[in-house]
Write a new protein. Structure first.
Length: 459
């Protein structure tokens, strides 16, 4: 059977199904809404407000003929639900604009209240990010393990359901919109997996429900919505950032995975043996909020997403409301750039202190300015080395005045205070002064910065 709407060029049509059963048999070219270019006519439409549209028999076809196709060469739109009774679409899979992808066209599937879309092993796919599945209070239900790769968007002030129904459902694209998604598993044993192979996947929808959730893929998944989800999110690979509010969610992070963000969660377990990374942005002033317990198991690396711009002041890493175990298992991934650090737990607020010094350039043994490395050219008798966050002064007492910048240098302040010593600072690719650094010049001498980008983002 071949079902299509808009079978000729510059043509379109509308089908309204309000009840009963429509069965699409296998054979021919399957099911297409918007087969040919509609030209100046409106796109083709299938409105399923009641009854059942069963296209599962199309799985016996091959290729794209197995799917419900919304938009083929022309514009297509499909809605499921919105009536007083249940409307159910049953499909091997759903494709939007898959034949001749056109970024200028918007082919959509909208799932409304009382609408149920059952998706089999074919999952979902779309030709462009402009082709969208809108969730507006209905149910997306898996009938087989599959990947849903079409962009989805949740409509504000609605709660839609994703029922894994005992299967693994992998979402590989972002979900935008201000609505919420209830994670359900009516059969048990299913899992909703957010998987970004690369780049960033953003889940703007707030999560509710208790169904199992996992994060896989080498890319980054950002949970930016706010919801009441109270199940467990198992994070196995890549990076997971929580920037929204999921203060009842339990986050379990496997060895080798990266976790961070300044949102709120219910509890946090980091790692089991080694290789887990806890990311913190030290410059925002915000931090992760954990309502319950925090456990750092094995060796967990604390990693700054950007270098600290102000040191000598406590940096809040996270807050918690339950118990904290394994704080001593945190190691600092950027430790070599800083003089020393300490972790402090004060009534449920964990902070990090980075130690600094005030240095005066000596330079008796040479003009190379670098971080640590056993090269001491600062203070009397060249007793000290430089580390990020130190306050440095170049004055009349310095011996070498041709300063060679080596590596990325992030002093808190650079003071050049001299009447007779003319200092020259030479940088090159990869060798520069950076960060939110104040450079203060006083005295009658000349200070020269030369070479390729010797100063970046200083003030």
């Amino acid at each position: 059977m071949f079902f299509n709407i808009g079978a000729n060029s510059n043509n379109s049509g509308t089908v309204n199904q309000t009840g009963g059963l429509v069965t699409v048999l296998s054979g021919s070219s399957g099911f297409r809404v918007g087969h040919w270019s509609n030209g100046s006519n409106p796109g083709s439409v299938y409105n399923l407000s009641g009854g059942i549209l069963d296209a599962t028999a199309l799985s016996a076809n091959s290729g794209s003929d197995r799917f419900i196709n919304v938009g083929w060469d022309g514009l297509g739109t499909m809605t499921v639900g919105g009536g007083t009774g249940t409307a159910t679409l049953k499909a091997f899979g759903i494709q939007l604009d898959i034949r001749s992808p056109d970024a200028a066209s918007v082919n959509t599937l909208t799932v409304l209240n009382n609408g149920v879309v059952e998706i089999g092993a074919g999952g979902t796919a779309a030709g462009n990010v402009t082709d969208v599945i809108y969730l507006s209070g209905g149910i997306m239900k898996a009938t087989a393990a599959s990947t849903w790769s079409a962009t989805m968007s949740t409509v504000a002030d609605t709660v839609s359901t994703v029922d894994t129904n005992g299967f693994q459902v992998t979402l590989s694209m972002s979900i935008d919109g201000a609505g919420r998604i209830q994670v359900s598993d009516s059969a048990g044993g299913g899992v909703l997996t957010f998987s970004a192979a690369s780049g960033t996947q953003t889940i703007a929808a707030g999560l509710t429900g208790t169904g199992a959730v996992s994060k896989t893929g080498a890319g980054t998944t950002v949970l930016s919505g706010t919801g009441t989800y109270s199940g467990t999110i198992s994070h196995t690979t890549g990076t997971l950032l929580v920037t929204g509010g999921h203060q009842s969610a339990a986050i379990n992070v496997s060895d080798g995975a990266v976790f961070g963000g300044e949102g709120s969660i219910g509890s946090l377990v980091m790692g089991s043996v080694a290789g887990t990374v806890f990311q913190v942005n030290p410059v925002t002033g915000g931090s992760l909020s954990v309502a319950g317990n925090v456990a750092f198991n094995g060796t967990v690396a604390l990693e700054f997403t950007v270098p600290a711009t102000v040191v000598g002041q406590p940096i809040t890493l996270f807050t918690y409301g339950g118990t904290l175990t394994g704080l001593g298992n945190l190691t600092f991934a950027g430790q070599l750039n800083y003089r020393s650090f300490s972790l402090v737990d004060t009534l449920g607020t964990v902070t990090m202190d980075l130690d600094t010094k005030t240095l005066v350039w000596n330079g008796t043994s040479g003009g190379q300015w670098q971080v640590g490395g056993g090269v001491n050219r600062w203070n009397a008798s060249e007793a000290d080395a430089f580390y990020w966050g130190d306050v440095v002064t170049f004055d009349e007492t310095g011996t070498a005045t041709d300063i060679v910048l080596t590596g990325e240098l992030r002093p808190a302040t650079v003071v050049i205070d001299s009447n007779s010593k003319n200092y020259t600072f030479t940088g090159s690719t990869g060798n520069f002064i950076s960060g939110i650094t104040s450079v203060l010049k006083s005295g009658a001498s000349t200070a020269t910065f030369t070479g390729r980008t010797p100063i970046q983002a200083a003030r």
